[in-house]
Design a protein around this ligand. Sequence first.
Ligand code: IVH
Length: 712
Amino acid sequence: MEQGRAPNSDESLDRAAAQQEIERLRTEIRRHDQLYYLSAAPEITDVQYDALVRRLQALEARFPELASADSPTASVGADTDARFPNAPHSRPMLSLANSYDLADVEAFDARLRKDLGARLEREPLLYTVEPKMDGVALAVRYEQGRLTMGLTRGDGRRGDVITANAATVSGVPEVLPEGWAAAFPTGEVTGFEVRGEAYLTLSRFQALNREREAAGEEPLANPRNTTAGTLKTLDTAEVARRGLSVFFYQMFPLQVANGADPEPQHEFASHRSEMAAIAGLGLPVNPFLREAAAIDELQGHLADLESLRDSLDYQIDGAVIKVDSRDLQNLIGFTAKAPRWGLAYKFAAEEGVTRLRAITLQVGRTGVITPVAELEPVALAGSTVSRATLHNWDEMERKDIRVGDQVVVVKGGDIIPKILRVLADQRDGTESLVPRPQECPVCGEPTSRQADEVALRCLNPLCPAVLAGRLRHFASRNACDIEGLGGRYIDLFLELGLVRGPGDLFRLDWAAIAALPGWGEKSAERLRQGLAAARDRPWAAKIFALGITQVGVSTALTLARNYGNIEALVAAKAEEMEQLTDIGPIVAREIEDFLASAGGRQLVADLDAAGFFLAAEAVPPPPVVVQGDNWFAGKVFVLTGTLAERTRDEARREIESLGGKVTGSVSKKTDVLVAGAKAGSKLKKAEGLGVEVLTEAEFTAKLAACRTDDDD
Ligand code: IVH
């Protein structure tokens, strides 16, 4: 939080910025697809990956004209491995929508019940719950009872042909027992495909690593990556030696007698009967398969599975919830990437044990000093963790964390790894406590701790770490978005004494800058223009750029709406700011104190002298709350899609003038979603949560009705 990283908010994005961000996200996602599918060496967790995809989806929904058919959101991840031939899948190999908490599961259930409506009177909704194997998808085809093809997932449409390797997987026979066709509903099937997840048992994985250790080889990182790498090993004998296993979860006919295509009657009527048939053929299925008719039953199974997790000899990363009935599945259908009738429920966190090597100190832009744990690298939830935040000394003391300790590290859906507890019984006496630093590790000035704060701070406004943090924040995307001012250059400018604060940027000697090593006329000019453009940033972005503690993008927007210029903002009193939506007493005090402090006054004066506040863009007037009862008063709105009759800003002002509130994302607190043309993920989410959805025409009608009421 204190590292000068701008919070993610779409509010201040204009079209050009959105385009840039969309391109950045696409490139980033493609890179992670490559790492995940091709190198089997992911750098980020599924949770982080999903967050990137969701942000891209949100932006593409907000700027439909920027959507593109080759965006990673339009397909499953990339994968072609030149070392293997590839072949088309008989049916697309899809993924599943992910969820991380029970609220998502509830929303899933609510959405299905709403969509299926009266249809459920004829057939009640029944779910199945099974483990989500943390392995690698594998498709296997049989024709006339013989294994004819093994395929990886590939890009979902084509996969790599790895037949010989698939045949080495335990439980995958080359020839099926006589009479196998009777496993299918009509017995007429001549060819079929079975799909599942290949994996390595933990005991096999550990045995392999013991062998490698004895041979002086690097250990394998984790079972999942080893499975992916093994399936794509050219040496089949080595694949066989590794000893992969599989659990199948899907089976469907490819061909029936006389070479005809299968019809619905050849398919299984439910997921449960499909699983029973797979098992009937002697193919491996996971023994945990539960059914649930209601949400509380479903949640019970999820909890049971989670508590079983540690006793299993293979890794699972969640549960898969599926609608059991094939008829209902067909009614519910698919998105481009995943069936709508299935949901992956991901377990929150994974724990690992490692050694705390050292504790380093980080100084943020507000001077807060944060202890950071430097860990011996440990594989956790799909990536390697070597650092964890320790938050503050109170927390370190409470947990009695010492350098040299064996610590339990947890990495949750919330991405940032942290230390859960210390294994105190494993201490040998060499561990050492790290005392609270009396001096700032960067500038050496004494540290201080305010009475009402847990944080330890460096109060030196000229501390290089604080200055660098402030400048980074000032230049960051949601603040001044200054092109050509990366962190490296900020450090260089500080080191050379060319700048101390944001105001100095506007006084740079351009000839001197152009002469710096690694610079030149061109880059100096780019930076000069970037700074000139900063003067035209929206007023709210300028307030955000000041870097006042606790003032994020949305608080800055509130301030911008209520104080039209810098003079008004500087004159604002805490008691008065407290009355505004989203600003509490602590934040209000922080703002007043900052603007009254010597450093704050200097910053504002410097920027003012540079003309930074001159072009303050007109900001919509403070909301006029219409007294009394109207349909809009007190409701929380979200706007999405392309509006035809008004801009989004106009819509926002209309809503606010009637006492409604507009927020950026759909949640349980949302009352109404106004959906323009080409609405995307927000509309889906709103429907899932049962939020009232208005078309633009309906919205206009509501406004008109309200105004007539006023006149009455
Ligand atoms: S069913 C069309 N069941 O998770 C739905 N998938 O994120 C196909 N997975 O591609 C998936 N365990 O590789 C299903 N019990 C299970 C699974 C499972 C693991 C994998 C599978 C799938 C991915 C989706």
